[in-house]
Design a protein around this ligand. Sequence first.
Ligand code: ACO
Ligand code: KIV
Length: 598
Amino acid sequence: MATSPTQAFATLRTPSGPVPEGAPAWNPQRPSAMPHERYRPAHDRVALPLTDRTWPSRRLERAPLWVPVDLRDGNQALAEPMDTERKRRMFDLMVTMGYKEIEVGYPSASQTDFDFVRHLATSGAVPEDVTISVFTAARNDLIDRTIASIEGLPRTVVHLYTATAPAWRDVVLGRSRTELHGMILDAAGYLMRRAEEQSGADIRFEFSPEVFNLTEPDFVLEVCNSITELWDASPDRPVIHNLPATVEIATPNVYADQIEYMDRHLARRDAVILSVHPHNDRGTGVACAELAVLAGAQRVEGCLFGNGERTGNVDLVTLALNLYAQGVNPMVDFSDIDAVREVVEHCNRLPIHPRHPYVGELVHTAFSGTHQDAISKGMAHHTKRAAELGVPAKQAPWEVPYLPIDPGDIGRTYEEVIRINSQSGKGGIAHLLHTHHGLDLPKRMRPDFSGAVQRATDASGQELSHKDLWDLFRTHYIAPAQDGPVLLNSWSTTETGPGEHRFSCVLTANGQERSYEGTGNGPLSAFTQVLTSAGIAVDILNYAEHATSVGPGSPAVAYAECRVDGETFWGAGWDTSILAASVQAVLAAVNRAGQAGR
Ligand SMILES: CC(=O)SCCNC(=O)CCNC(=O)[C@H](O)C(C)(C)COP(=O)(O)OP(=O)(O)OC[C@H]1O[C@@H](n2cnc3c(N)ncnc32)[C@H](O)[C@@H]1OP(=O)(O)O
Ligand SMILES: CC(C)C(=O)C(=O)O
């Protein structure tokens, strides 16, 4: 009996060990399970027009013209296309962010799309420095409807498209190269005439040879150049040729070669705005757009956070912030990226992945110990560097390990940068206690507390918030001073001479309450003498203290590492008096020893 791919996969996933008797053996050579030989390499499908490419040695030094197409290409990929309310919200967002050209719909496709363009024409929603673009297929009835939709709008781009690749010509449109070229020129001419009838309106034109990336370069060039001529493009009235990777089929270098070829060969080059429109089928839409800009593209169409057909259009947010992270002004405002995300999620009714570049809720967060340690040190270094330079931290050059940009620049908080679970280490834990609770744990104490955190997170499998960490710290190191075999019922210290202190107290040890006195060169050494008298041998190995915030009355914290009856324990104390905090810290260490021995 033949094995289905599902069965074969199930076999593959069999846990290590002998294959159960009777189970089919997994055979990686078996052609039917994953018939890769059905697919052809991109190099067999597209003619690569260039061997002396120059794009690899260029650099991205300024932002291209961004054109969001969420309201058209993004919208046509939604299960529930946007209504006017949602379209308007997204349009307003784009205007606020600084986009200057926005594709707003396919007005001949639906009444909703038509109505939205009419809404823009009559509501005064389009600022003077913003141009809207509308999309149409190359059919006269659809062009008529498109022209009707933009009546009264002072500036528009009408975007005409037709697929030009062989499979589309043969299978979808049923036209030869010559026939298709004729059909495109007819539509382009018709569009031009209809536009000329709209007196007073500034209508410019865009042409997209859909599936450019699978079309023969000479054919695209022939079609685009004839349109440039027909529309009589000039430097002050340029035509837009938009060259889509409608379905991404090759590595980004192939697309870049195709774009550089067009950049070099397009006629009236200074009268053409070379635009690209990558999709993301291979997951490399961003790389395609970036390399295409290196190769000569001046304009990029895409969607916010990469919505769009199938795996989406190229993500304009990632593109812009990638430039930003290289020190280039992206020309759009992402200073409150979560507000942008909220609107986009509302309008598209689609969630954004937690790992989405820049915006995902987890992308500025480190759970793992070594990353946290590096971030924590990097942030401290950054603050110090800013102080040395005499500039606010927000202006100091950014070089914090694992954080490509300062999350604060896009409105994200530092709170999310370090989060604690079982993968975390002492650096991150210390960072959170410091940031949120003012504790500066001594270096030698950090592994001890990290062990306690590890046990807690391993046991629960859960994340610990900074508040949980503080609670754990308190229970672990501070509370034992009040809850242990040794209790200090009352105490006082006196300085009896230079470098001489007396510690007097009533102490309960081994269930017996008694008064004690001890002396030493400091209050703590006098206290250890008391403890020795009570039968507890204590050495203070390490001690540290600090205020937890600035100003009078702010609590102090003390940390003490003590050897108690030969074993080492840490304790901590928390009090407005530094002396009280230090006594509690030693007592807590003693009681932790007592608890451990119970
Ligand atoms: C890559 C892209 O994003 S392209 C844009 C895709 N977007 C959309 O399709 C959303 C809006 N579309 C629509 O509302 C409809 O498809 C309409 C109104 C445009 C056309 O609707 P219909 O007339 O019902 O045609 P239908 O949707 O079946 O489209 C197929 C027809 O369009 C033709 N066609 C496809 N592309 C084009 C084009 N660029 N120019 C002219 N005709 C085209 C096909 O050849 C086919 O014609 P046929 O019926 O003679 O074989
Ligand atoms: C026609 C163009 C602009 C397009 O949407 C695509 O190719 O994806």
